[in-house]
Design a protein around this ligand. Structure first.
Ligand code: S3P
Length: 450
């Protein structure tokens, strides 16, 4: 997280109309993958629009530690001189992934089939998150892992000297686990197969193909089956990172609930495995338009226009949509608080093992701000206040979680009384320009430490 030692409490006051263009940063998932795949290719990969959030910067440092040459040329403009599949060097020191589960899990996958040893750690949020879901399949390739009780970081991974390919059915819907297995499969001779019951974000499959690997995807009775042929020679490429739909969600939702607002978010990634929030918002009656739909480097993009939407209605969000909006439930819970009636989010148990327990963090923070919420093991129900509006007036705990911090600040932009968060520092992990961008649209954010 931010190098500032003290927490930064921050409050959002109701400011009324938001307007203008929101240039949200590059996609976090694609940014991590660009650096990792660039490091596994032979030659120079050029990246434009890389997210320069702390999560991704930690992955850039890790790639240097594994022997790749990673250079920043300007705003979001980076190059990676890769070492080739199987070419990683052994890092001299512990790899610190900061707050990033994606960084830790993808890096562990990428090194698991190279005969080197590396130790991974992270901040207290990441050190509390389960890593057994990654090491279970990596051990099948021949790697060995020793971590703390419950499979927590710090953890040392000894890469397989003689890796064998693996056929693995994902026990949880997780693009991180799927990606770790595919990245490990690169350096195992033969075919590595991953089967997922629910489709999760497919950036790894798309990008592996873009770098020249042989990847096939078919829908079978058991699920979506991805087959990767090992030992490809990955060729470097130029990557334009689309803007992050998960970051766009914050200004978009702020506009939907702030009277008189109209904003435009240009060139947002619209990969269908990521757009569940926008489907749900449309069902609730949100005034959203998608303009200039096009393709950027194998990923669909569009300009997103959002207008104030009075009369939003609560909905039931089906469990099969969870994977396509897994990071957006916190901000959906805020929009639901402004809607008429009940919003029920089912099948969201995975939220309990994100940067924080997001079901509990949202439930507690919304209740403190005057909203009735029901929290079950894998269901979150928000009783919308409709025309009554959100009372606000309380502080929410962000628990080292960027999306919890941004969600409650968005709530405060339209609540009757200001909503504050105890610590806004985690926001830099994924959206360093959040404060500047939101105030540029007309939001009123007050740093309570200054
Ligand atoms: C990500 C996958 C998701 C998501 C995370 C990014 C990725 O995690 O929550 O923010 O880039 O693969 P899970 O795979 O654990 O669901």
């Amino acid at each position: 997280m931010s190098s500032i030692a003290e927490p930064i409490p921050m409050a959002a006051h109701r400011a009324g109309r938001l307007s203008g263009q929101a240039q949200v940063p590059g996609d976090k998932s694609i940014s991590h993958r660009s650096l990792i795949l660039g490091a596994l290719a032979v030659g120079e990969t050029r990246i434009l629009g890389l997210l320069e959030g702390e999560d991704v910067l930690a992955t850039a440092s890790a790639m240097r530690a594994f022997g790749a040459e990673v250079t920043r040329h300007g705003d979001g403009e980076w190059s990676v001189h890769g070492v080739g599949v199987g070419g990683f060097a052994e890092p001299e020191d512990v790899i610190d992934c900061g707050n990033s589960g994606t960084g830790a899990r993808l890096l562990m996958g990428a090194m698991a089939t190279t005969s080197i040893t590396a130790t991974f750690t992270g901040d207290s949020s990441l050190r509390g998150r389960p890593m057994g879901r990654i090491t279970d399949p990596l051990v099948l390739f021949g790697a060995r892992a020793v971590g703390r009780t419950g499979g927590r970081l710090p953890m040392t991974l000894v890469g397989a000297a003689d890796p064998v390919p693996v056929r693995y059915t994902l026990p949880v819907a997780s693009a991180q686990v799927k990606s770790a297995v595919l990245l490990a499969g690169l350096n195992a001779m033969g075919q590595t197969v991953v089967i997922e019951k629910e489709a999760t974000r497919d950036h790894t499959e798309r990008m592996l193909r873009g770098f020249g690997a042989e990847v096939t995807v078919e829908q079978t009775e058991t699920g979506r089956t991805i087959t990767l042929t090992g030992y490809p020679e990955l060729s470097p490429r130029n990557i334009a990172v689309p803007r992050d739909p998960s970051s766009a969600a914050f200004p978009v939702c702020a506009a939907l609930i702030s009277e008189g607002s109209e904003i435009l978010v240009p060139a947002v990634g619209m990969n269908p495995t990521r757009t569940g929030l926008y489907v749900t918002l449309a069902e609730m009656g949100a005034n959203l338009e998608f303009e200039n739909e096009s393709d950027e480097g194998g990923e669909p993009v569009a300009d997103l226009r959002a207008r104030f939407s009075p009369g939003l209605k609560g909905v039931e969000v089906p469990p099969e949509r969870a994977a396509s909006m897994i990071d957006e439930y916190p901000i959906l819970a805020v929009v639901a608080a402004f809607a008429e009636g009940r919003t029920v989010m089912r099948g969201v148990g995975e939220l309990r093992v994100k940067e924080s327990d997001r079901i509990d963090a949202m439930a507690k923070g919304l209740e403190a701000n005057g909203v009735d919420v029901e929290e079950e093991r894998d269901t979150l129900t928000v009783h919308g206040r409709g025309a009554g509006g959100l009372p606000g007036g309380a502080r929410a705990e962000t628990r080292l979680d960027h999306r919890i911090a941004m969600s409650f600040l968005v709530a405060g932009m339209a609540a009757k009384k200001p909503v504050s968060v105890d610590d806004a520092r985690p926001i830099v992990t994924s959206f360093p320009s959040f404060e500047l961008l939101m105030t540029g649209l007309g939001a009123s954010l007050v740093n309570l430490r200054e």
